[in-house]
Structure formats: structure tokens, C-alpha cells
Design a protein around this ligand. Structure first.
Ligand SMILES: C[S@@+](CC[C@H](N)C(=O)[O-])C[C@H]1O[C@@H](n2cnc3c(N)ncnc32)[C@H](O)[C@@H]1O
Length: 255
């Protein structure tokens, strides 16, 4: 899977689709403030979370593999107040293999970006890089979805993701089909984007992406193997106790 190109087909829709998604921001701001000092986001996308950390006064380095997503982030950042812009360093890079001269007090991978890594080798490479770049006592926050037994029991699922308006007046309607590969712990999401203009003409894009699902104790072992101590596992961004499905949010510490 070419992760560099994965988001190219939908980079133009990403911010419109996630305009109202802010339920995770407060959590990352709190964690970054608790850790103090500099933060590093991996898989920063168009800067949805990055920008809010910078607004909250946090110095943040945002690493992203997709040129299309990073270009969108940079364009968006140009419209921010200068002091906020100055707190962000955008970096083109791969979370599986990166090198900075300095270390960070807080590293985080929001919105399940880590699940784009499909092999154990890739996961371990990433977590080793994370651990190497954390200051002693620094913290790492990792967002995953908890595999749902109920959903996995279905061979495939169809979901309607609704319709949203585009700035040019066209409508974007989205549906998805999700299939499960239990042997490799991969779900494959095939999303159909239909852009319908005022005359009813339809332009269709189909975007397919696989995601690796991880179990709780597997994740704990991966973190420990990378030299990190698991501090907490939450079931949501309000820090509720972890349940068997929904979010699986890890906070770990570099001893
Ligand atoms: C679901 S988006 C999350 C974007 C942003 N963090 C947010 O919360 O809105 C996943 C992002 O991870 C990026 N990504 C995937 N694999 C990556 C890798 N190996 N290294 C860096 N970024 C990666 C994708 O290009 C995409 O922008």
C-alpha cells in the first residue's frame, strides 16, 4: 500500500467532511499541556488537530506523508494569526521512519492514523521512532478504534455517510462498504463519493483504504516493546473507562 498517495483522491473533501469534528481536540490540548513543552503530531493531515493545539499556545511539529494533505494544511495555516502560524512546523515525512534533532514532551497520533500501518514491522518501526523522540517522562497518545465483535461478525457492512453541501453549490453524498479480513486483522473500507451538481450531473470517485485493527493487549505489548509504559486506556475522549467497542485511546509514558 502506497501511503504517500492514499489520501490523494479525497484530500479536496477532507476538511469539508470533518468540519464539525472537534470532539477529540480538548483531549489532545489537555494532554499536551500536561506534558508541557513541544508536541509532535504524526499523520497530521490537513492540520485539523494541529491548528487547535497551536491556537492553545502549544509549539507543534506536524508530520504528514501525503503531499496533497500537507499542501491543504499549509494553505489553511496561511489564514491563521501570525503568532499561531509561528508555533507550527509542517514536515513531509513518514511516521514509520523519521528523525528530528530534538526530542518532544508529547507525541500523538490522532484519529486512527496509526491503523493505516498494516504490518507488525511497520507498527514497530513507528513506535520505535516515537519512543526515541520522547523526552524521559514524555507522553504518547494513540487513538485506535476498538474492534467491535458485533461488526466483525458481519462479512460486510454498508453505511450511508450522508450528504453535505460543497462551496460551489454541488452536493457530496457518501456511502461505504466495509469488509473484514479476520486472518490479517484488516478492514477494507470502500467509500463512494458522488458529487452532484445543480443540473443533476454526477461525478463519482471510489476510494478504497485498508485499516489494521488491533486488540487491547496486543497494543499494550507493542507499546511496551517500544519502551513505553501504558498509563491509561480510555473508551472515549472524556476519559471514560475502556469498553469492548468504540474508541480505544492509549496514553503511554517514556520512563
Ligand atoms: C484520518 S487522517 C487524520 C488526519 C489528522 N490527524 C486528523 O485528525 O484530522 C490520517 C492521516 O495520516 C496520514 N498518514 C498515513 N500513513 C502515514 C505515514 N506512514 N506517515 C505519516 N502520515 C501518514 C494520511 O496521509 C492522513 O493524512
Amino acid at each position: 500500500m502506497d501511503l504517500e498517495k492514499l489520501y490523494d483522491p479525497i484530500a479536496e473533501f477532507y476538511d469539508i467532511e470533518h468540519e464539525e469534528m472537534d470532539y477529540d481536540i480538548g483531549f489532545y490540548v489537555q494532554e499536551a499541556k500536561k506534558a508541557g513543552g513541544a508536541a509532535l503530531e504524526l499523520g497530521a493531515g490537513t492540520g485539523r488537530v494541529t491548528v487547535e493545539l497551536a491556537r492553545a499556545g502549544i509549539e507543534v511539529t506536524a508530520l504528514e506523508i501525503s503531499k496533497a494533505m500537507l499542501d491543504a494544511a499549509r494553505r489553511k495555516a496561511e489564514r491563521l494569526p501570525k503568532d499561531v502560524q509561528k508555533r507550527i512546523t509542517w514536515v513531509a515525512g513518514d511516521m514509520r521512519d523519521f528523525e528530528f534533532d530534538s526530542k518532544f514532551d508529547f507525541v500523538f497520533i490522532p484519529f486512527r492514523s496509526f491503523q493505516h500501518l498494516q504490518t507488525r514491522a511497520d507498527q514497530e518501526r513507528c513506535l520505535t521512532c516515537v519512543s526515541r523522540h520522547l523526552e524521559r517522562g514524555g507522553r504518547f497518545a494513540l487513538s485506535l478504534f476498538a474492534p467491535s465483535y458485533q461488526r466483525l461478525a458481519n462479512k460486510q457492512m454498508f453505511n450511508s455517510l450522508g450528504t453535505i453541501g460543497l462551496p460551489n453549490g454541488a452536493k457530496l453524498s457518501r456511502t461505504e462498504r466495509v469488509t473484514h479480513d479476520h486472518v490479517n486483522q484488516i478492514i477494507t473500507v470502500q467509500r463512494t463519493y458522488d458529487v452532484v451538481d445543480a443540473d443533476g450531473n454526477v461525478k463519482r470517485k471510489v476510494w478504497t483504504f485498508p485499516m489494521r485493527y488491533l486488540w487491547r493487549f496486543e497494543t499494550e505489548l507493542l507499546l511496551e516493546k517500544a519502551g513505553l509504559e501504558v498509563e491509561a486506556i480510555y473508551g472515549d475522549y472524556q476519559r471514560s473507562e475502556f469498553r469492548h467497542d468504540g474508541e480505544m485511546l492509549f496514553v503511554a509514558r517514556k520512563p
